[in-house]
Design a protein. Sequence first.
Length: 140
Amino acid sequence: MSAVVVLRDLPIQARGYFLAVQRLRADDANGRDLYISLVETINWLTAISHSAGLQSDPDAQAVRFARHRAHHHFASSIENAGSGWTWRAAAALPRPTDPRFDNPKLRQHYEQQLQGKPVLEVFDRLGPKIAKVAPGSDAV
């Protein structure tokens, strides 16, 4: 018996991303579940970045760096600096134990695009790019 693989098209995946961003915005106010919604959002983005044509986008690459640290090292890539939630300094995040997974290019994008900046800004920049390639998916 052969296995059946059901692929979900980009608009469905993009909708998952936009719904995750919506939860992230809600959790930004109280902080209690912020880490959960952040991990969900960055995982959706990483999953759809190739299909959405964002694999070389500096913001998407920066988020991929944060995702790797959060997903593989269970590290929080954000902190509340008193004025709201911002992305931690790259130097404060754990490095991969295997040097093959230490990607200087992704780290550079993270440092330039995210480090020290409000968490939601990057998702505000990426939203229109995703909506453009997956029309209607941002209607949440």
